[in-house]
Design a protein around this ligand. Structure first.
Ligand code: ASP
Length: 318
């Protein structure tokens, strides 16, 4: 029986129905559905999980509603620095980029790093040089400029404060249309039983000193292993790094025999909560089971599988 499945996220955090107009809610729903569909089409046509997660993430990176690619937030210095990672659970190969600027789709560059660099992770200007060598598309600063991200940053740029893209504090004084959220990610299993995970982010508004979050760190924000599961995280990266979240879910399954559901709940709703880490994750196991698990008030998320499940949601209890 075919069990191909894709799950996606567009960020977790303080996401309440009262914060979105019906129109902006609909825009998020469409953005999520388009991304799920992009990955699902590949799986349905016999494509690989790694190509499916890349396609889903590219769709979200190109959508300025989400904090990745085009919609990336601003750093302390008023620029966009992006992180991304991709991992293939069939052979544990992985590629990641950190602190990259002017790369249109950081997830494509992460995949190039995985397949063509001989390394796992490239940072900053070296990653950009590699992008140029590999013919990965670049984009100007203007492409990454979005007014609401700029306004978010202007509000706090003179402070030492940096913030998750989805804190209620961000929203003070902003019109509904300006309340944007979301690091993005995708996890899939293909018809051959291979699992892949991908995550892409602009990080946190007003981040400084070359700050790198959990998203591009293999084992923290992104992980995939055919033997257990694939995981992509979103939330306050410092906590996800310290809790080594994605690999911890896999380890609970591999060494303790936990089900995917129990492993996700243990890490997200117990371990992370105890250290104050807000956020969530999406995951798929080797049977095609999936989890969309979070300890915040909402998470932009979606799932589509071979058995006809096809759903995108935003708030808790949906
Ligand atoms: N985890 C990301 C980071 O800390 C942020 C997010 O998920 O929104 O960079």
């Amino acid at each position: 029986m075919s069990k191909y499945t894709i799950v996606i996220h567009g960020g977790a955090g303080t996401i309440l129905k009262s914060m979105l107009t019906p129109e902006s809610e609909q825009n998020y729903i469409s953005g999520l559905q388009n991304a799920v569909n992009a990955g699902y089409e590949i799986l349905k046509n016999g494509g690989s999980a790694i190509s499916a997660v890349e396609a889903a993430v590219v769709s979200l990176e190109d959508n300025e509603l989400f904090n990745a690619g085009k919609g990336a937030v601003f750093t302390k210095k008023g620029v966009n620095e992006m992180d991304a990672a991709i991992m293939d659970g069939s052979d544990l190969s992985a590629g990641a980029v950190a602190g990259v600027r002017n790369v249109k789709n950081p997830i494509k560059l992460a995949r190039e790093v995985m397949t063509h660099s001989g390394h796992v992770m490239l940072g900053g200007s070296g990653a950009k040089e590699f992008a140029i060598n590999r013919g990965v598309e670049l984009a100007s600063d203007e492409y990454f400029f979005t007014k609401y991200r700029y306004d978010q940053w202007v509000e706090i740029r003179d402070s030492d404060y940096y913030q998750l893209d989805h804190k209620e504090d961000n929203l003070k004084g902003m019109a509904h249309e300006e309340k944007k959220f979301g690091t993005v990610g995708a996890v899939a299993i293909d018809e051959f039983g291979h699992i892949a995970a991908a995550t892409s982010t602009g990080g946190m508004t007003n981040k400084r000193y070359g700050r790198i979050g959990d998203s591009p760190i293999i084992g923290a924000g992104t992980y995939a292993n055919d033997k257990t599961c694939g995981v992509s995280c979103t939330g306050h990266g410092e906590y996800f790094l310290r809790a080594v979240v994605a690999y911890d879910v896999s380890c609970l399954m591999e060494y303790k025999g936990f089900s995917l559901k129990d492993a996700c709940n243990e890490v997200v709703k117990n371990k992370l909560v105890k250290i104050g880490g807000e956020g969530g994750l999406i995951a798929v196991d080797s049977f095609g089971n999936y989890e969309l698990c979070f300890n915040s008030t909402g998470m932009y998320r979606g799932v589509r599988n071979a058995e006809g499940v096809n759903q995108v949601s935003i708030f808790k209890d949906e």
